[in-house]
Design a binder for this molecule. Structure first.
Ligand SMILES: [Fe+2]
Ligand SMILES: [Fe+2]
Length: 164
């Protein structure tokens, strides 16, 4: 029971580490392009994924294992286009939620209900992340480039004190 759970929890850590790297990369590039709202969303989500790693690590150690701290993908996707960033982000959230649902069931079958609950609680978070990214995609579709332009203007206003 323990070995299988530790293996699944470490797979989740690898997934989360990859998400942290990818979202921080997106954060840097949104920030560089002046899109503060999206830059903050990616940064905030990366921090939440980091906190997922902490919860997974605590469980792994409790079960007597060790945290591998390996990434599931060596390189981040070097995407600079905001729409493509969001497309990848919702795919990542969808596949995490999918995996964690499966792994919650596996843990339950192995009589490890605490790991099952941990995975279920992560599913809630990943679905919320999915929704947040999905809302941004909807905004981009609705308002087009104006939506991005507005974010840049907001930043200029903040720097320039709103022209007052
Ligand atoms: Fe996560
Ligand atoms: Fe997530």
């Amino acid at each position: 029971m323990k070995e299988k759970s530790i293996e699944l929890l470490n797979k989740a850590v690898a997934d989360e580490l990859t998400a942290v790297h990818q979202y921080m990369y997106f954060h840097f590039h949104c920030d560089d392009q002046g899109y503060d709202l999206l830059a903050n969303l990616f940064r905030k989500t990366a921090i939440e994924e980091m906190m997922h790693i902490e919860r997974l690590a605590e469980r792994i150690l409790f079960l007597g294992g060790d945290v591998d701290m390996k990434v599931s993908k060596d390189d981040v996707e070097k995407i600079h286009d905001v729409r493509e960033m969001l497309d990848l982000a919702i795919k990542m959230e969808e596949s995490s939620a999918d995996d964690y649902n499966k792994w919650a069931n596996e843990c339950s079958q192995n009589n490890d209900s605490a790991s099952k609950k941990l995975f279920e609680s992560l599913v809630d978070d990943e679905e919320r992340h999915f929704d947040q990214y999905d809302d941004e995609i909807a905004n981009l579709k609705k308002f087009g480039d104006n939506y991005l332009a507005l974010q840049s203007i907001e930043r200029s206003k903040n720097i320039g004190g709103g022209g007052e």
